[in-house]
Design a protein around this ligand. Structure first.
Ligand code: FES
Ligand code: FES
Length: 239
């Protein structure tokens, strides 16, 4: 219990009444204690943050797990023409085609392998160019939508897309065209799909179900699916 002469706030003994200087000295210990207590409380409250701050230098002094690798010459063969580019190893094939080669037909939709807008052909096989690194494709033949036509003539699947009005905004169309080109050759080569009656046998017909399944990696936000299926079927039937 505090005496009547004790400070009502901190319980410290009263300061001398003789001069201002003794008053200041007498109050210093309690102020110091108060500041020390406040600092301790703040330290406890901020401990996780401070721990993260103090650990950061240790992490930065450790060997970098993902160091910056300088660009190096990479030669890509795109639509029959060789391009030697200065690329960092982390550059995707999609970015290499669009930003370095300058072929903007291949589209970036999701940039994570979900939409198919970036589909190109590599040695005849369709791949999502956003999911692969450009440096992995030296020595391979890359075909983009710009390379589907030859000698100024549209390919059969390009003509079928026009005849069947198989697009609206057109953003997905380059990927759809490359994918459909591969679907036709995959079917010609006898490759089964997950809807084929017997996945060990050559599918008998390129039905609409087969086309839908084989084109299912290419999303069309305009919903032009019915006409895309019709175009693929027509290109197949007219081949
Ligand atoms: S941009 Fe490559 S799959 Fe969507
Ligand atoms: S035509 Fe617009 S996204 Fe397919």
């Amino acid at each position: 219990m505090t005496t009547p002469t004790d400070c009502q706030h901190c319980g410290d003994a009263p300061a001398s009444e003789s001069t201002a200087e003794p008053t200041l000295k007498a109050s210093q210990p309690s102020r110091r204690r108060f500041l020390q207590s406040a600092a301790a409380a703040a330290t406890i409250g901020a401990a996780p943050h401070l721990r993260a701050q103090t650990q950061a230098p240790a992490a930065s002094s450790a060997p970098q797990s993902n160091p910056v690798v300088p660009p190096r010459p990479v030669t890509l063969t795109v639509n029959g023409r060789a391009y030697t580019l200065q690329l960092e190893p982390r550059v995707t094939l999609l970015d290499a085609l669009r930003e370095y080669v300058g072929l903007m037909g291949t589209k970036k939709g999701c940039d994570r392998g979900q939409c198919g807008a970036c589909t190109v052909l590599v040695d005849g096989r369709r791949i999502n160019s956003c999911l692969t690194l450009a440096v992995m494709h030296e020595g391979e033949n890359i075909t983009t939508v710009e390379g589907l036509a030859s000698n100024g003539a549209l390919s059969p699947i390009q003509r079928a897309f026009i005849e069947h009005d198989a697009f609206q905004c057109g953003y997905c169309t380059p990927g759809q065209l490359c994918s459909a080109t591969a679907v036709l050759s995959e079917f010609r080569d006898g490759a089964a799909s997950t809807v084929s009656a017997d996945v060990r046998a050559r599918p008998a017909a390129l039905t609409d179900d087969e086309i839908r399944e084989r084109m299912s990696g290419n999303i069309c936000r305009c919903g032009a699916y019915a006409n895309i299926v019709a175009a693929v079927r027509a290109a197949h039937d007219n081949a």
